[in-house]
Design a protein around this ligand. Structure first.
Ligand SMILES: Nc1ncnc2c1ncn2[C@@H]1O[C@H](COP(=O)(O)OP(=O)(O)O)[C@@H](O)[C@H]1O
Ligand SMILES: O=C(O)C1=C[C@@H](OP(=O)(O)O)[C@@H](O)[C@H](O)C1
Ligand SMILES: [Mg+2]
Length: 176
């Protein structure tokens, strides 16, 4: 399913929290000389508050509805680099919209992810027992990330710059 306008993103990054989607997405946009968009930032702008407050005030189903709308709007209009929030692929409509697009799954180990998210903005789903929550979340979502991905890039022992290089390499058409 393609965007009605024919606009399509140059790269879409998916993967669990801590994979580096936001960090690597910004680098990729710089590298490609294009714009960067992050559905989490779009949701915060639409709601007028940070993601943890949306979860606490209105609950996860409301957050997911905002996320669905943010993903749809971005896929309809953005031709640069797009990072999705880690849970966006749980929506079947979103997965259908991603078919045929240059989607890259940034993979990450439990160890790295938990270390990285501990350094960063709060993620409400990982607020209590992050290791256990992350493991369960990944068990549920790994097949979904894999289903939507045109390429998988592992982030272990790679700097964000190295990951950006690997993403560009993975999307490069290869000679048969
Ligand atoms: N390849 C990497 N190596 C080390 N730290 C990283 C790497 N990628 C991201 N980080 C760090 O991990 C944290 C989470 O990264 P972020 O880009 O917000 O992930 P995501 O958007 O996938 O949840 C940030 O503090 C970021 O600087
Ligand atoms: O995995 C998830 O369900 C979520 C991931 C977060 O984004 P990142 O994947 O960028 O951390 C953010 O959308 C929200 O906290 C929910
Ligand atoms: Mg992010």
């Amino acid at each position: 399913m393609t965007a009605p306008t024919g606009v399509r993103p140059a790269v879409v990054l998916v993967g669990p929290p801590g994979a580096g989607k936001t960090t690597v997405g910004r680098l990729l946009a710089e590298r490609l000389g294009t714009t960067y968009r992050d559905t989490d930032a779009d949701i915060e702008a639409a709601a007028g508050k940070p993601i943890p407050e949306i979860f606490y005030d209105e609950g996860e189903p409301h957050f997911r509805a905002l996320e669905r709308a943010a993903v749809t709007a971005a896929l309809d209009s953005h031709d640069g680099v797009l990072s999705l929030g880690g849970g966006a692929v749980m929506d079947p409509g979103t997965r259908a919209r991603l078919a045929g697009l240059p989607v890259v799954f940034l993979d990450v180990t439990l160890h790295d992810a938990v270390h990285r998210v501990g350094l960063d903005a709060p993620r409400p789903l990982l607020a209590v027992n992050p290791r256990q929550q992350w493991r369960e979340l990944m068990e549920q979502r790994r097949p979904l990330y894999t289903e939507v991905a045109a390429a998988v890039v592992t982030t272990a022992e790679r700097t964000p710059q190295d990951v950006a290089d690997a993403v560009l390499d993975a999307l490069e058409p290869k000679d048969a």
